[in-house]
Design a protein around this ligand. Structure first.
Ligand code: AGP
Length: 610
């Protein structure tokens, strides 16, 4: 969604803010803006519709030099993408604000402020906050107090950064429901909605807690919690290389991230498994205790993370024999649910900031689940902080909106978790060893699939002029087919639907003709013979098949059946390996179609609003 950056420094902050915005652009990208204060004399602002590059051009024509500034990339919620709706918003000529999140009572506040004579130039909820702080500033004569008073009137989710030209040596920031991190520098300090924005200037971060309000000066950071108590927040160091946000030799972040998978899958398993066993302690000191009496697992997630949860259900029921339910967070949070005794609540999220997933977690904590476990990729995110037990994936920053390495590392973490749970439920040492050994083979097997890239690229040409496609899988490969369909639709804009192959003749078969490519994942498992019959059904209707099949599955290429042979893999780890060719296929189709692969239209990387 939207991204925030702010800086206070001895040096000119314009370049720092612009680079921060570039790094946040993946979150939301319909407009961008910046406000900079140069001494007490002036507050200057620039806003442009479109990408950060448009703002950079505007600023290079009319520089906004100064030592204190805030900046924003916007993903429209209230009001169309336009210059007037772009942040920063101002109250008068001297106060500016950037905001992430949604102010639910903005209409009521807007009406109130209008009757007091405030004039609105945008349709946003943010401008309401600007005027509210502006009004309180007039009464308090102090920016910190004005922000503190104002936020008591706000309902909804927000992270705010505010500056005033009369107080040119600090910015005031706060968070309630939207992420905000303070970047700690030497003789300069920064804020951002994501630490990634600040990696060129610091690797030390403090994550604000819900309700925190902070006064950020170049040589001082003061934080108060929602009760007004002065608090210290721990400084953590960013662990990944600061070049994680660069494309390097790759044409797109998505391709780079696909290729990083052997390394990050390895990083995710490291320290958590021996040659033959899962190290339960490595999942957290409380893991053994928590897992001992789990009788049911409720998985909650959105999008790609939901697909990871769907795969995990097969594993959890198969290996641990524990019943498992999986639901998308936006549905779960709005229905009454029956909680079975000793249910573990498991949230999966790359960002750890997805609004629906967090809302579901917060409900669950009140509802009496046994404990909350998070599988997450962003240290310090809200999900991580609010869960009882956390298994971090080690994917490193994922910039492409289309999730790739986050998914396969989520699956790796979920499989390790499943084995730990299964051990409490009678999984034999022999079976555990067999699967752990299969996990160790994953980085090499994924590399083998990446070696098929050129062939997959050639295959992708067949999809270029198609408007629809079907993805088929059976068992734990059904969610893999769902993930493949999601990848294709989100970056190539080709309509793609996934079905369990056995469902084909219950309806979707009617759609099959030569214009409907059918993609199928076919590892060599108990269901492969049944899957082959499903493929015959497609072929008999003139459908063109693209089959990713285990060498040993003996799926024969013939007219209308394109077969790509994959290495033989263990049935349990197959969903991880079979995801990769589908990622590459979507990527190449999107490149051929010339879409914006890393920032597909209408989508944002981190969905921090409902
Ligand atoms: C998929 O490629 C998307 N990026 C999207 O479906 C994503 O998985 C979803 O928004 C959930 O995000 P999260 O994992 O950060 O919670």
């Amino acid at each position: 969604m939207c991204g925030i950056v702010g800086a206070v420094s001895e040096r000119d902050v314009q370049g720092i803010l612009l680079e921060g915005l570039r790094r946040l652009e993946y979150r939301g990208y319909d407009s961008a803006g910046m406000a900079v204060i140069n001494g007490e004399s002036s507050l200057r602002r620039a806003r442009e519709v479109g990408k950060v590059a448009a703002l950079a051009d505007a600023i290079s024509a009319n520089p906004l030099s100064g030592h204190l500034g805030i900046a924003h990339t916007r993903w429209a919620t209230h009001g169309e993408p336009s210059q007037l709706n772009a942040h920063p918003h101002m109250s008068g000529e001297r106060l500016a604000i950037v905001h992430n999140g949604i102010i639910e009572n903005y209409q009521e506040l807007r009406d109130e402020l209008k009757t007091e004579g405030y004039v609105f130039t945008s349709q946003t909820d943010t401008e309401v906050v600007a005027h509210l702080i502006g009004k309180n500033y007039q009464q308090e004569g102090n920016l910190y107090n004005a922000v503190k008073t104002s936020i008591t009137r706000l309902r909804g989710a927000f992270a705010l950064a505010v500056v005033h030209a009369d107080e040119p040596d600090h910015l005031v920031v706060c968070r309630e429901g939207s992420p905000l991190v303070v970047g700690v520098g030497i003789g300069e300090n920064f804020i951002a909605s994501d630490q990634l924005a600040l990696l060129p200037v610091t690797d030390r971060f403090m994550f604000l807690e819900e309700g925190d309000i902070a006064d950020i000066r170049k040589d001082q950071i003061k934080i108060h919690d929602r009760d007004g108590q002065a608090v210290e927040r721990t400084i953590t160091r960013f662990e990944h290389g600061s070049d994680s946000a660069d494309k390097g030799e790759y044409r797109h972040f998505m391709l780079k991230e696909i290729y990083e998978q052997p390394r990050v899958i390895k990083a995710t398993m490291e320290g958590r498994i021996t040659e033959t066993r899962v190290l339960e302690q490595a999942l957290g000191t409380s893991a053994a205790n928590l897992l001992e009496n789990v009788r049911h697992v409720q998985i909650i997630a959105c999008g790609t993370s939901y697909h990871a949860g769907m795969v995990a259900r097969y594993w959890i029921e198969d290996l641990a024999g524990v019943p498992c339910s999986v639901e998308v967070a936006s549905e779960f949070r709005y229905r009454k649910h029956v909680i079975q005794p000793d249910t573990l609540f498991l949230c999966i999220s790359q960002s750890g900031e997805t609004a629906d997933t967090l809302a579901a977690l917060r409900q669950a904590k009140k509802a009496g689940f046994r404990a909350a476990l998070a599988i997450c990729n962003v240290p310090g995110s809200s999900l991580v902080r609010e869960s009882d037990l956390v298994i971090m994936t080690q994917a490193g920053p994922e910039i492409g909106v289309a999730s790739t390495k986050a998914f396969t590392t989520q699956l790796t973490a979920l499989l390790i978790f499943t084995l730990a749970l299964a051990r409490h439920n009678g999984l034999s040492e022999q079976k555990e060893a067999e699967i752990v050994q299969a996990i160790h083979l994953l980085p090499g097997q994924v590399s083998d699939v990446l070696a098929l890239d050129a062939e997959i690229e050639a295959m992708s040409k067949a999809f270029m002029d198609k408007n629809h496609s079907l993805f088929l899988g059976r068992g734990s490969q059904y969610p893999v087919a769902m993930e493949g369909a999601l990848k294709l639709k989100e970056i190539s804009y080709i309509h793609a639907e996934a079905y369990p192959a056995g469902e084909l003749k219950h309806g979707p078969l009617a759609l099959v003709d030569s214009e409907m490519p059918v993609v199928t994942v076919a590892p060599n498992n108990d269901l492969v013979e049944k899957l082959k019959s499903n493929l015959e059904e497609v072929r008999a209707r003139g459908g063109e098949l693209f089959v990713f099949a285990d060498r040993a599955a003996d799926v024969k290429p013939e007219e209308g059946i394109h077969v790509m042979q994959l290495p033989s893999v263990h049935e349990i780890t197959a969903p991880i390996v079979y995801t990769v060719p589908l990622q590459l296929l979507s990527y190449h189709v999107a490149v051929l179609k010339g879409t914006d692969v890393d920032q597909p239209r209408n989508l944002a990387k981190s969905v921090t609003v409902e």
